[in-house]
Design a binder for this molecule. Sequence first.
Ligand SMILES: [Zn+2]
Length: 308
Amino acid sequence: MKNEEIYIENQPVLTKIFNKIINSGNNTQGYLLFGESSKEIRNYSLMLSKILICPNKYTSKCHKCNICKRIDNGNFPELKIIFPENGMVKKEKIINLRDTFNTKSIEGENGVYIINDVESLNSAAANAILKFLEEPDSNVVAVFNTTNLNAVIPTIASRCQIIKINNIRTSYGIGFVKELTNLEEEDIYNVVSFVKKIEFYKSQAFAELKKDFIKNFDSKEKLNSALLVMLLLYKDMLNYKVKNKSIYFEVNELKTLAQKNENDVISRKISFILENMEKIEYNVNVLLFMSNLLIGIGDITDGKSNRN
Ligand SMILES: [Zn+2]
């Protein structure tokens, strides 16, 4: 049976890690989430807590699940959320936490405590937490949050799986495309030049497809990334035409492409690519799949309806 996967927009790494925990279980005592916006990090640590605790394999539909619902309402006792005050988390608080989790049986998959602003902890507080982190065979998991990774006490950081939360607002441009697709810049520009050939020199596109493209994008995952690049490129053509600026690519990369296509044509190409992305899962033959995509995109032109 196919596992249900969650998808977090603009967070490819987080999506991957979270799905791995959902489908193969947790294998670390501590996570350290860092990024620029503490509000965003707190949201994701709450989500991570649900994933760690939910006994029904957390899904996006978990608003119906009793435990996740109680977490959302802030009244699930096996999730503790702690804010240090003046760099302090009282030692007693940690010991208490430990006793609570150790003495009663746990209702969820794991007990979880979140410590916000972990960079502000002094070493006494950190030591108390370290003892807890090192407890063997524990199904209590720590989730630490910080906006300043360098200031986190190394003995804590080194015991955690460190997860970077992308800042959505500042990371547009090619860096954003890289993070979203997990592709190297070279691969991204290969896709861009491939799209140019689709638009202007179709026979060259077919030749490239058979030669380099199927070599470079030989897995479903990579193919999906390639289509994502195409999608962003067409979206950016529309950005350029409507708002006179691009978001993901340099204007000179897409200007002639944008000029060639009417807005309506671009929108239809975007929908077409999206439809095909959903089909990747069921296609094994990259060459056939991409040939159809290439023909399909070529067929979408002004005034004519595409073949469907
Ligand atoms: Zn749940």
